[in-house]
Design a protein around this ligand. Sequence first.
Ligand SMILES: Nc1ncnc2c1ncn2[C@@H]1O[C@H](COP(=O)(O)OP(=O)(O)OP(=O)(O)O)[C@@H](O)[C@H]1O
Ligand SMILES: [Mg+2]
Length: 184
Amino acid sequence: MDATGLLAGGYATVSTKVQVYEGSGADIFARINTDCQKMERDKDMTAVTVHEVLDSTLEAVAHVETVAAEVARRVGFRGVSLDHISLATHETTTNAVVHGNRYRSEKKVVVAISITQDRFKITIADDGDGFDPDTLPDPLAPERLSSGSGRGVYLSRAFMDEYHVRCRHAGGTEVTLVKYLRPR
Ligand SMILES: Nc1ncnc2c1ncn2[C@@H]1O[C@H](COP(=O)(O)OP(=O)(O)OP(=O)(O)O)[C@@H](O)[C@H]1O
Ligand SMILES: [Mg+2]
């Protein structure tokens, strides 16, 4: 199963009342906005979900970051929390494109965003070779402090409330980032 198949199967369990957006049409923000407003009015509506299949490019990284930040802002994230979501989304999607799919055109990045009443969740999947975050060198070790790279996973973990990596048997990595929406 490729990354597309993996994520496409999961929606039935997300919510009994869920809005799914497929593709990356220009009007995606308008549709998300409408549904966020619906969610505010309708407390039974527990999730808004965005689902996109993207090429392994840096343009796709920028797109995912923009969509994630926009969705998060519309459900109430502001300031540092919003910055943390943007940064973790950027780093994780970049890793999927660069380290996972290695820019190969036949490999896709699949992104699923879901918002419930109390949290923002994004899952970013690639078709690469997988990795184990627990075996990465500590970027805070004295000999690594001056290194210009090796901080994306560390920062994503630090900035989000939950960070999960799942390596799939068929190959590829699925990273899930969660941020809780705290009352202001
Ligand atoms: N989706 C992925 N697929 C395969 N390997 C990955 C993936 N994400 C991360 N890695 C591995 O984990 C390492 C650490 O990633 P991390 O984002 O922390 O640093 P980096 O990408 O090397 O540098 P930067 O600080 O610019 O992000 C990567 O160098 C890569 O070996
Ligand atoms: Mg990185």
